[in-house]
Design a protein around this ligand. Structure first.
Ligand SMILES: NC(=O)c1ccc[n+]([C@@H]2O[C@H](COP(=O)([O-])OP(=O)(O)OC[C@H]3O[C@@H](n4cnc5c(N)ncnc54)[C@H](O)[C@@H]3O)[C@@H](O)[C@H]2O)c1
Length: 343
């Protein structure tokens, strides 16, 4: 069988590695382009254990247009998924230039390289956007036509890239572009072989919780206990990373089948508070998670969850895995790999 090749920029990272597995399972030949600035080469061996195929790696920086052009010519991918970028909100406030350079610079470089080859290959792109583009939403659930805004440089870069893609789409109608707005990806592949391996102190709830459970951190800080939510803690739409990965496969298949370019939310449509997640995790792991309620974090919103119905309509995709499975899989990964890929 001739498997169509799909280029995954940032394919060694958390979401990219799970998408690699999903694409392989769906009959594609994913190729990873990554500079390992926020991932570990050990992920390749893990991917090989899951898929029985040694991943093809193109090691380098997506901001290097000549390099990306060479990679595109070599593999002639039917589609590109652009995950590569920097994603830590707090770091983006402290180091805005790093974010504008890596995220916007990386996107421009990739798009230029794709445009150069446009005559030979119909440009088809799936872009990792984020629910952060909704800023502080006036109501929930959030539909794709909600106004967009940003509260930090990371979110700003996602907004700028979305706008670039829309302008490009208007100028080049032959481009096929899917903008996927992820809600809060958590969990890990059920094998426990790949998962989220954040460098330093985790910014997100689930890896923090799993690190407390495994004894790497003493307790969880819960940022804000006085939000207008049922238990006072922030409510988010957690989505299993394997469901998210399946969303990328569905997006590519829809574009290949003739679907016009689109922007969709990828979430479950259900919100859980921090304390609900802590309880579900305690249940799944059998470990107690000591926590302390501290001040709100600037820029955090009370509630954020998706209306995922457009993705269901356009892609026939919906999230299947619930919070218990998310917690059980996150715990299996953390327990088996207490120090992530390096340990
Ligand atoms: N994880 C989340 O909560 C979340 C939510 C919404 C959107 N996103 C977006 O999804 C994408 C993937 O996120 P993730 O959680 O897998 O992050 P990640 O950091 O695990 O993966 C990103 C990968 O890109 C690579 N990379 C970074 N800059 C690069 C460059 N210049 N050249 C080549 N490779 C580079 C990193 O080494 C890493 O392997 C990002 O664009 C992120 O902004 C993530």
């Amino acid at each position: 069988m001739n498997r169509p090749s799909i280029l995954l920029t940032g394919g060694a990272g958390y979401i990219g590695s799970h998408t690699f597995v999903a694409l392989h399972g769906a009959g594609f030949a994913p190729v990873i382009l990554d500079d390992f600035s926020n991932s570990h080469p050990a992920v390749l061996e893990r991917l090989e254990r899951i898929t029985k195929v040694r991943p093809v790696l193109e090691k380098g920086d997506v901001r290097d247009v000549a390099f990306v052009e060479t990679v595109l010519r070599r593999h002639r991918p039917a589609g590109v998924v652009h995950f590569a970028g920097s994603k830590a909100v707090g770091e983006s406030v402290a180091q805005p230039l790093k974010y504008f350079d890596n995220n916007i610079g990386g996107a421009i470089s990739l798009l230029r390289a794709m445009e150069t080859l446009g005559g030979e290959l119909r440009p088809t792109l799936v872009f990792s956007s984020s629910a952060t583009v909704y800023g502080d939403p006036a109501t929930v659930p959030i539909t794709e036509d909600f106004p967009r805004s940003h509260t930090n440089p990371y979110g700003h870069t996602k907004l700028v890239i979305e706008d670039m893609l829309l302008a490009l789409q208007r100028a080049r109608p032959e481009w096929r572009i899917a903008i996927l707005r992820y809600f809060n990806p958590v969990g890990a592949h059920p094998s426990g072989l790949i998962g989220e391996d954040p460098a330093g102190i985790p910014n997100n709830l689930m890896p923090f919780v799993t690190q407390v459970a495994v004894g790497l951190r003493a307790h969880l800080n819960v940022f804000g206990g006085d939000y207008p939510t049922p238990d006072g803690t922030g409510v988010r739409d957690y989505i299993h990373v394997d469901d998210l990965a399946a969303g990328h496969v569905a997006a590519l298949q829809a574009l290949f089948a003739g679907q016009e370019s689109f922007t969709v939310n990828l979430g479950t449509g259900r919100g859980y508070s921090v304390l609900q997640v802590v309880r579900a995790f305690e249940q799944a792991s059998g470990r107690k998670i000591p926590y302390e309620i501290v001040a709100r974090r600037p820029g955090d919103v009370a509630q954020c969850y998706a209306d995922p119905s457009l993705a269901r309509r356009l892609l026939g995709w919906e999230a299947r895995k619930g919070i218990d499975e998310m917690c059980a899989d996150a715990w299996r990964w953390q327990e088996g790999n207490p120090k992530g890929y390096a340990g």
